[in-house]
Write a protein of this length. Structure first.
Length: 528
């Protein structure tokens, strides 16, 4: 592997050969839907009665894959297998561990259309969104592999010295941990967290979201097939409240890496802090949670660029990204002009089954999300003015969970739809008196994940740089689409534990530093 990291390019589907290859992958995957899959524990495939089915959000009658719903005992067995594997895996050299990631990335790259096609069916991603996610998964593996080599061996450059002593500082791995991932980025987030943990010498039990186990399984299979030692990566499907909770509470769990909603994350934080009988460490938690992200449109912004940025931020993957811009905070001087342009652009978005490449807005992930978002749309109708979308625009008689991109205007900054994460294609437009007011409104939620500012003023951009309280700030561009290794990703406040995925210090969450000081005497001097 070369030491320089480069992001994986996205596929250009305007090139007919690429489009054809993707259509072929969709056809191939279509023929494989509905199969039963095993758990992966200690390198073995464990087949059991399927207890959960993943279905297509565009057509819930279409089963994508059937999986066992593991109970507490099976979850504990997986964690114990991971703990046994840790004994040997933690002694495998860092370059060798890194090699597994690079080899996996190469295989993921080779199978990129097939893996993306699974996500089109399983979670309703558009071609471009699915392809971009495969690229992100590759990026994370390649980036963490290289970063591990930097952290391998003595890190003595920053240490002082004491005459007559040999001092050393280096990183060691933690143990067996748990990775709990959401359905909205089944590849990039599951294998981002798991790759970081594994390359740092830890072993993991992965608990995929129940909406996306099939997408996760196919990459886990690649790792197994490349000869990853048994027990290093275990995959246990089942309900979050059951199997997830057992794994978090197990006394031998050393760390929990979780990406998902704030409520579940807060519960995991509390349960992981609770000491269990026999537990001999404080569990680490790395939590990446939700957001209620604002895009500020300043009075002197390029309004066309701002409209493009807001539309991409709000409606990419149906607004189901933690980074989605779900509040547009607009200076009152340009509010009316902005809103006219915005409505026009939103009307151009095509809602439908994302198997069709012309579709920009697919379904939301499941019935619960569909019902929750509809309820927020009803709330929005009371709290603001419906500008475009709403359920009366929903496609008639469709089985899928389709919600038209919906925009409310004149929303109060304290309104429910301006404060709670909706996780669907719903945008609240808020009028600000001036830039000060816009910044205050943007900062006035419990979250602090992403934010964007459209402005031509250097002074205002610099103020945002300092005062916009978010982990990921974007100036004159959309709030979504962080590139790993370029825009390290993670939020402030209730958006998480301030960890930055795809950033230079992310692996440190999965390592602990050891300091060794040795008094030197002639008889025991170390060679070299
Ligand atoms: P979720 O409902 O919180 O679920 C996330 C994972 O936690 C799933 O695997 C789920 O399993 C599991 N789980 C549920 N209850 C649990 C419990 N009591 N103990 C342990 N595990 C439990 O989130 P989601 O709907 O999948 O994902 C959407 C959320 O993720 C949004 O809030 C979004 O903002 C956030 N997100 C954040 C980031 C970030 O980087 N900050 C990135 C992506 C998404 P089941 O599926 O079986 O319920
Ligand atoms: Mg599904």
């Amino acid at each position: 592997m070369t030491r320089t990291f480069e992001n994986e390019p996205e596929t250009d589907f305007t090139v007919e050969a690429n489009a054809r290859a993707f259509r072929d992958a969709l056809t191939q995957v279509r023929g494989e839907l509905g199969r039963s899959y095993p758990l992966i524990i200690d390198g073995e495939e464990i087949h059991a009665e399927p207890g959960l089915s993943s279905v297509s959000p565009a057509d819930p009658d279409l089963v994508i894959g059937r999986f066992p719903a593991a109970g507490a005992e099976t979850a504990a067995r997986a964690l114990e297998a991971a703990e046994r594997a840790f004994e040997t895996w933690s002694r495998v050299s860092a370059p060798e561990r890194a090699h597994y990631l690079v080899a996996t990335a190469a295989e993921v790259r080779r199978q990129r259309h097939r893996l993306a096609a699974w996500m089109v069916y399983e979670v309703g991603k558009s071609w471009g969104e699915a392809d971009g996610e495969v690229a992100e998964c590759v990026d994370l593996m390649e980036y963490y592999a290289r970063r591990m080599l930097d952290l391998d061996g003595p890190q003595n450059d920053t240490l002082g010295s004491v005459p007559g002593e040999d001092n050393e500082f280096f990183y060691v791995s933690l143990g067996a941990g748990v990775v709990i991932s959401p359905w909205n980025f089944p590849l990039a987030l599951t294998f981002g967290m798991a790759s970081a943990a594994m390359v740092a010498g830890n072993t993991v039990v992965v608990k995929p979201a129940s909406n996306s186990p099939t997408s996760v399984y196919h990459v886990a299979r690649i790792l197994q097939d490349l000869g990853l030692p048994p027990g290093v990566l275990n995959v246990v499907t089942g309900r979050g409240e059951a199997v997830g909770q057992t794994l978090v509470e197990h006394p031998r769990t050393r760390f929990v890496a979780f990406t998902g909603s704030m409520d579940v994350g807060v519960g995991i934080h509390a349960r992981a802090a609770q000491l269990q009988p026999g537990q001999v460490w404080l569990k680490r938690t790395v939590l990446e949670l939700g957001g209620k992200n604002a895009v500020i449109v300043d009075a002197d912004a390029d309004l066309d660029a701002a409209v493009d940025g807001v539309v991409a931020s709000a409606f990419g993957f149906q607004g189901q990204k933690c980074s989605a811009g779900s509040r547009a905070v607009i200076d009152q001087r340009v509010y009316d002009d902005f809103v006219v342009k915005l409505i026009e652009r939103v009307r151009e978005l095509k809602v439908g089954d994302p198997v069709d490449p012309a579709v920009t807005v697919g379904p939301v992930v499941d019935e619960r999300a569909y019902r929750d978002i509809r309820r927020y749309i009803e709330t929005g109708a009371r709290e603001g003015t419906l500008l475009v979308g709403g359920m009366s625009d929903a496609p008639e008689g469709d089985k899928g969970y389709f919600i038209p991109p919906t925009v409310f205007g004149d929303v109060d900054p304290k309104a429910i739809i301006a404060q709670e994460e909706i996780f669907g294609p719903v945008l609240a437009c808020i009028k600000a008196k001036d830039f000060d007011d816009a910044l205050a409104i943007a900062n006035d939620t419990k979250y602090g994940l992403t934010g964007a500012v459209f402005s031509r003023s250097r002074t205002k951009l610099e103020r945002a740089r300092r005062e916009f309280q978010v982990g990921n700030l974007y100036l004159n561009r959309k709030s979504t689409g962080a590139l790993m290794g370029v825009h390290p990703f993670g939020g402030f406040k209730m958006s998480g534990t301030d960890s930055k995925a795809g950033g230079p210090d992310y692996l440190l969450h999965f390592l602990q530093g050891k300091s060794v000081g040795e008094r030197l005497s002639n008889s025991t001097a170390r060679p070299g």
